[in-house]
Design a protein around this ligand. Sequence first.
Ligand code: PLP
Length: 411
Amino acid sequence: MPKNGFTTTIIHSDRRSNDEYGAIHVPMHTSVEYAFSDSRELAAVFQGKPGFTYARQGTPTTAALEAKLTQMEEGAGTVTFATGMAALTATFFSLLKMGDHLICSQHIFGNTNSLLGTLAGLGVDISFVDATDAANVRNAWRPQTRMVFTETLANPGTQVADLQGIGDFCGEKNLVYVIDGTLTSPILFKGRNVGASLVVNALSKHVGGHGNALGGAVTDTGLYDWADYPNIAEPYRKGKSTSWGLTQIKKKGLRDMGGTLSSDAAHRHATGAETLALRMHRICDNALSLADHLSALPKVAKVYYPGLDSHAQHERATSLFGGRYGGLMGIELAGDIDVFEFLNRLQVLVLATHLGDNRTLVLPVAHTIYYEMGPERRAQMGISDNLLRVSVGIEDIEDLIEDFNQALAHS
Ligand SMILES: *Cc1c(COP(=O)(O)O)cnc(C)c1O
């Protein structure tokens, strides 16, 4: 059969893999334990044969979603988790040990930053660098460096990492290269194209898209050979060495840490995945129109959006993300505008903390997600009290523009 496009592949995936009754969705399997009629088969599954034993390590419903994510990322395998944070926790904590060194982008999701603080407390050394230039990653390298981590597009500053340059460096030094692709989703960017070893997606965001389920995933691109990676435990050094890393992430992250995605949530994400391409295209079109409109208004001091010529990594974003720029933008209102009064006038935009939803969401950054770090650190990072984070949704663009216009008119 010829290779189908993204959406064709995803919407026919379950039907093609599952011939029971011709169901077009793999059902929501709710069994906790899986029974065997043959004791030898039971032992074989415990010893590594594909199958199901106990739902903490996955169900046919999570496996169907994992198959779709693997197809989306053109990877070799995927493990799903209860949340994006559970996926990141499983990745860092199962692959790194005390004394190892991690190089990490300094522009990362706040909760990931906090998680890495916990990892540092357990003896992993971490260097935070400006990943918009791969030279900074290169300069941070030490003989103990095992892994490099970056996001594709940072929140809320929209910095675009030097994903290709970092990939080239990781290839040269044989480092594990982990990319959190949540903000771009596999529609705009596939980690394998820049040599990533593992790609993390917070399914709660674009893949699910409907704001009705949490979830996360780690996809192995199949590009990294774990044979020489020192932290793979003996029981997982079996079969193809390119799959050892993901096996360990699954055993540690699901079986031991227990961060398992429920079948209910897996089913919701699988439904969301069917329209990911449509939604993402609409979101990107809306966001570009909105960014263009707002950047011309005198009451808006600055718009941070990679689709604008004024963005520091505009050309890189164009070539990496195929001419689309995602749904996230930073909007700094003019200094004399009362940000709370402005936000309270909005009728369509939702005051809520989330990203990649069908609905357009807005937050005053300094007063919410960056509140904890205090005014000095915010000033260093260029985060003003009037900076808004907007995650653009799929509404009709005229309504989004009109909502900003009416709220600004009275500001
Ligand atoms: C939201 C987010 C996460 C965490 O996902 P949850 O499902 O909310 O735990 C991780 N990385 C990025 C870039 C995110 O935006």
